[in-house]
Ligand binder design. Structure first.
Ligand SMILES: Cc1cc2nc3c(=O)[nH]c(=O)nc-3n(C[C@H](O)[C@H](O)[C@H](O)COP(=O)(O)OP(=O)(O)OC[C@H]3O[C@@H](n4cnc5c(N)ncnc54)[C@H](O)[C@@H]3O)c2cc1C
Length: 409
């Protein structure tokens, strides 16, 4: 098992343990229960290699806590909420200053790790938030950004059109400009984090894991699809949209998984105006998007809708209603793109909590189990800070009590 210090139980010699709660568990006969040696560092299993789990495993491993990262389909896979081409990072968060603060630190960490790992993960796009007038949300965001020393500017509509002639000014009264906003290569970043985790000595496994037997208020082991039973000191379940079905009693009513259709519109031949670095990220009521990156088309995501989505089995095919919404929006906001075809699309799901705050807390019955998720459409950017924070909590280190309270179950 080289560097791995996890105890694997694959045989029938598991004295006194309950049968794992999976009907099709395949047990390999002949291998007995391996006792863990004493005096080892904390062994931690992180289940889920998305924004929450991947970064958590990386920071745990950095802190010398030998970790295994288990993902059913692989970090950044197309079913995961962290998959796909791109995610935005910006510090403007209305009046939710706690997330602005995290976003500022997260950007520093993204840039630091990107450099250290020699990866190309971030694209410096900037971002404009468009609104008919100066809304409370923009006003609050401006106050928070001032307090945090983040560069930003309120620009009037004629200035917006002068800087960015791609945008139609229709219905726009003001634009809030955040020059330090970036776009992150999402799936690529998940894979980069997993590679860094591996270099730190962690172990990545592609397998589905389910909670196994428990005793004395602790989870004793988890079961993998191949019949392996894996024992660790602590477990972090960072299973994104799979969390509510894995812990239905705890999270079934707390996390919803609505579908989201995302479109990439073609740009006219030979015209670079709609691509990075000529166009910024943009958002307004009902829609947001990014410029064409690597000539992949202008991304447009219609917001809203509560159609429940099964992350394992539902087909990821966009629906006509959302295609029309996106086309109408593009024709209105970017007249130069009117009639351009959808050249790519994807369907993903959110994991929306009832209060839009993340859930990061200890399982109420198993003191060595942590639940981490509920990204509610805004967690990807925070990945490195989430990883630092969750790792600290799992390792019993001090964290900001205000954040602990906000993320409580
Ligand atoms: C359309 C869209 C746009 C978004 N835009 C932004 C944005 O611009 N900026 C931003 O910050 N955020 C954005 N988000 C939100 C962000 O992407 C999510 O909050 C974040 O990616 C959630 O990460 P996660 O780790 O919780 O979940 P996931 O990425 O889904 O990771 C969970 C992982 O767990 C694995 N898994 C599940 N069950 C098991 C199991 N039993 N055993 C083993 N593995 C398992 C899965 O394979 C998966 O890889 C957006 C989300 C969507 C859908």
């Amino acid at each position: 098992m080289d560097r791995r210090r996890f105890v694997e139980v694959t045989g029938l010699g598991l004295a006194g343990a309950a049968v794992p709660p999976t009907a099709n568990l395949h047990r390999q006969p002949g291998r007995g229960f391996v006792q863990r040696g004493s005096g080892q560092a904390a062994d931690i299993a992180v289940i889920g290699g998305g924004a929450f789990g991947g970064w958590t495993a990386f920071y745990l491993q950095q802190a010398q806590a030998q970790s295994v990262l288990i993902d059913a389909y692989g970090p950044g896979n197309p079913r995961s909420t962290s998959g796909g081409a791109s995610r935005g990072i910006r510090a403007a968060y209305g009046d939710r200053a706690m997330y602005s603060r995290w976003a500022v630190r997260a950007l520093d960490l993204w840039l630091q790790w990107e450099k250290e790992w020699e990866e190309e993960l971030l694209i410096h796009t900037g971002r404009v938030a468009l609104a008919p007038d100066l809304t409370d949300s923009i006003r609050s965001a401006m106050a928070v950004l001032d307090e945090l020393g983040v560069e930003h500017e309120l620009i009037q509509v004629d200035e917006l059109v002068r800087r960015y002639p791609q945008f139609s000014p229709e219905g726009v009264g003001v634009a809030h400009w955040e020059p330090t906003a970036h776009t992150i290569r999402a799936a690529e970043a998940c894979r980069a984090v997993a590679r860094a985790f591996d270099r730190e000595g962690g172990e990545l496994r592609i397998a589905r894991a389910l909670p196994g037997g428990s005793s004395g208020g602790r989870l004793d082991w988890i079961s993998l699809d191949d019949g392996t039973l894996l024992e660790a000191d602590s477990y972090v379940f960072a299973c994104g949209p799979w969390l509510p079905r894995m812990f239905p009693g705890l999270l079934g009513e707390r996390i919803a998984t609505p579908r989201r259709d995302v479109f990439f519109f073609g740009t006219p031949p030979g015209i670079e105006l709609y691509g990075h670095p000529h166009m910024p990220n943009f958002s307004e009521a009902g829609f947001y998007g990014f410029p064409s990156i690597d000539h992949g088309g202008v991304k447009v995501a219609p917001v809203g809708g509560q159609v429940r989505f099964d992350p394992d089995t539902d087909e990821r095919i966009v629906v006509g209603y959302q295609v029309r919404r996106a086309q109408e929006y593009v024709a209105r906001r970017f007249p130069g793109l009117a009639g351009q075809p959808v050249i790519d699309s994807r369907v993903c799901q959110l994991e929306d909590t009832t209060d839009e705050h993340f859930i990061i807390d200890r399982h109420p019955e198993w003191e060595n189990v942590w639940l981490a998720g509920g990204g509610t459409g805004h967690a990807f950017k925070h990945g490195p800070v989430l990883g630092e924070y969750i790792a600290a909590r799992v390792l019993g280190q001090e964290t900001d009590p205000a954040y602990d309270a906000q993320f409580a179950l």
